[in-house]
Design a protein around this ligand. Structure first.
Ligand SMILES: [Fe+2]
Length: 191
């Protein structure tokens, strides 16, 4: 695994938000593998490592009752939850490389333009955000969450494949599927 710069913020975030414990390291690792498969330059892989760690840092501002809710969120709760990319951007913009803060801001934008907070689409979404989205989705599905048990890896891989071109950048999905085929997903970390 790539060396990740230590950061107290990451530890605090993992302590405060149970669902993020371990998740941020796995997302970071997978995001770097995807970026490497896309031949991103080494500086961008370093940025991806940190963006993967910090993508959900804005959730620190959310009510723990919303974060740990086992059932579906109400409209009002969903609206609050959907503010976490902008909150994360506000928290990091003066602390990290601008491309990392940008990756955080856009990590819930979808390839088809139906994501949030801005509804950007395709190449208008920074590549690092498109990568973090795939890594985040895979790891969220294969981890135990307040609202779901861990789903089987094969199911998660199929979901990513099925949503290429709608939710996910097809180019990122191609690389993801290559990693899945050779078992280079961080499976040992998803238990
Ligand atoms: Fe998020």
């Amino acid at each position: 695994m790539r060396e990740i710069p230590g950061d107290i913020l990451i530890e605090v975030m993992e302590d405060v938000i149970e669902d993020l414990h371990g998740h941020v390291h796995r997302v970071s690792n997978l995001a770097v593998n995807l970026g490497s498969g896309l031949d991103l330059p080494s500086e961008d892989l370093d940025r991806l490592a940190l963006a993967g760690m910090l993508h959900d840092v804005g959730k620190i501002h959310l009510d723990p009752g919303i974060l740990g809710k086992p059932g579906p969120l109400s409209d009002e709760e969903l609206e609050l939850m959907r503010r976490h990319p902008e909150m994360g951007f506000a928290m990091t913009r003066n602390r990290v490389d601008p491309k990392i803060a940008e990756a955080i801001l856009y990590h819930h934008e979808r390839y088809d333009g139906r994501g949030y907070p801005f509804g950007l689409d395709a190449d208008n979404i920074p590549i690092m955000s498109r990568i973090v989205l795939v890594a985040d989705a895979f790891d969220a599905m294969t981890s135990v969450r307040a609202y779901q048990p861990a789903l089987p890896t094969e199911f998660a891989v199929q979901e990513i494949r099925n949503n290429a071109g709608t939710q996910f950048d097809p180019q990122v999905v191609d690389i993801f599927l290559e990693l899945a085929e050779v078992d280079r997903l961080p499976l040992e970390l998803t238990a």
